[in-house]
Design a protein around this ligand. Structure first.
Ligand SMILES: Cc1cc2nc3c(=O)[nH]c(=O)nc-3n(C[C@H](O)[C@H](O)[C@H](O)COP(=O)(O)OP(=O)(O)OC[C@H]3O[C@@H](n4cnc5c(N)ncnc54)[C@H](O)[C@@H]3O)c2cc1C
Length: 425
């Protein structure tokens, strides 16, 4: 079993290491995932001198490792939770803006002529209990009222048209969701950033950040560099060098497996419409066909913060076999994992703190959002008020007393949710 993302088979990583860095630039972007690269793209095209610093190889972070599933990523709290926190008007604005994320991404791919196997196949979400089905129906109804989202309930007796899984009590389909090849998108974005004149420096972690009145001094293994503007786009990989963000995000490890190629009749029975899939369990499980339709890629939360491929592969394979008993003994070709960032209010955050710009906290749904927020962030930096505005502006980016960035309690929380899923709570 290979211990790297299935995606990298078609988009291998580049091992080249830079030897030098400039001394003075307009904008430093920390983190070369979707957030950092899309921020860099807009800034560089506006004529700023831009360097993107990446601690690892290009694509080290979540952006080239994820499931490639794109959707509005409605707030994890659901409409009711959102309204309780932010009121009716803000909630409706957030929902409406979120519905546009996939349109934004589709238009961007088209405008940039990027081939990332994007396809708007829709998403099926199975209900593990009858009352989950009822809750899904209520949620769909309120989303349709709030923003006319396109979806349909699928009763149990019709679900074989959507999924080969037997244990659901029906489910819901969201028609406008889609899927893509994240590593192809990531590579293409990096190419566009370079073509726009920005420099990307992989294997160049920002180890220290010092601010004076109007500028920042960044220290990396290649020396020091002065920048007028700094954007922190490190999401689940945010380190203690950035304490104001480190204590506001909860890193969680998400893992994936890919099956070996499966017979085409089996693929057609398990995923008849080739949709992105998930279900109603507390510990999220997400699965999809590979873009060529030959295998299933399956993801869920990993067992701990550190990577443990053997344990993750076992755990995920078991869950896959519970959903699709036909796959209990199938061979697994790849296992991999990466870090996502949760926030205490389950919402992504964008803005500036003490002069540092940031976009992060996508709560495990960042493919469309990180690309979108990255561009918004760039417009904010450029002072383009209209293009930079978002309904997510100004949401309080909370932390908790005594939380300094070490989510030691998360394994226990996740284990509780796993148990609750097993007990059907
Ligand atoms: C296994 C997995 C599956 C997922 N599936 C989906 C999915 O199907 N759909 C979806 O919408 N979302 C999914 N996600 C989430 C999504 O991938 C992320 O939300 C998104 O990629 C975040 O992008 P980003 O650019 O903000 O962060 P990242 O892509 O994580 O990039 C942050 C980068 O910052 C770098 N960095 C950190 N510190 C420093 C430093 N000091 N100096 C320089 N660089 C630094 C890191 O090395 C990293 O490369 C998944 C994530 C994972 C891990």
């Amino acid at each position: 079993m290979k211990q790297f993302p299935y995606w990298w088979e078609h988009a291998p990583r580049d091992a080249a290491r830079p030897q030098t860095q400039p001394q003075k630039i307009d904008a430093a972007i920390i983190g070369a995932g979707f957030s950092g690269l899309s921020t860099a793209l807009i800034l560089a095209r506006a004529g700023l001198s831009v360097v993107v610093f990446e601690a690892g190889q290009l694509g080290e972070g979540a952006s080239s490792r994820n499931g490639g599933m794109v959707g509005p990523s409605f707030h994890k709290l659901g409409i009711t939770g959102l309204k309780a926190q932010y009121g009716e008007q803000k909630t409706n604005e957030i929902i409406r803006e979120s519905v546009g994320f996939v349109d934004f991404l589709q238009a961007f791919l088209k405008a940039e002529n990027i081939d990332a196997d994007f396809s708007r196949v829709g998403r099926f979400r199975g209900a593990l209990k009858p009352d989950h089905y009822d809750k899904m129906a209520r949620e769909l109804e309120s989303l349709q009222e709030a923003c006319g989202v396109s979806g349909a309930m699928v009763p149990r007796h019709e679900q074989s048209a959507e999924t080969g899984a037997q244990n659901f009590f029906g489910g819901v389909v969201y028609h406008t969701d889609g899927g893509l090849h994240p590593a192809k998108l990531h590579d293409a974005l990096a190419d566009r950033v370079r073509q726009a004149g920005a420099t990307i420096l992989p294997f160049t972690p920002v180890e220290h950040l010092e601010r004076s009145d109007t500028q920042f001094k960044l220290t990396t293994p290649l020396g020091t560099i002065v920048a007028d503007q700094v954007a922190v786009c490190t999401n689940g990989y945010t380190g203690a060098q950035f304490p104001e963000f480190h204590r506001r995000v909860l890193p969680l490890r998400s893992a994936m497996i890919a099956t070996e190629p499966l017979p085409s009749e089996l693929m057609a029975r398990l995923m008849p419409k080739g949709r992105m899939c998930g279900d109603s369990r507390r510990i999220v499980a997400y699965y999809r066909p590979s873009p060529d339709g030959t295998r299933i890629l399956f993801g869920s939360r990993a067992t701990g913060l550190k990577d443990n491929p053997a344990k993750n592969a076992r755990l995920l394979h078991n869950s896959l076999g519970e959903i699709f008993p036909d796959l209990k003994n199938v061979a697994i070709s790849h296992v991999w994992s990466g870090l996502v960032a949760y926030s205490f209010d389950h919402a992504p955050h964008i803005g500036s703190r003490d002069g540092l710009h940031f976009a992060m906290g996508y709560c495990g749904s960042g493919v469309a959002r990180a690309n979108y927020f990255g561009q918004k962030l760039a417009h904010k930096i450029l002072g383009n008020e209209e293009e930079g505005r978002s309904s997510f502006d100004g949401l309080p980016f909370q932390t908790k007393a005594l939380y300094s960035g070490n989510p030691w309690f998360m394994p226990m929380v996740l284990n509780w949710h796993r148990l609750a899923d097993k007990l059907g709570l």
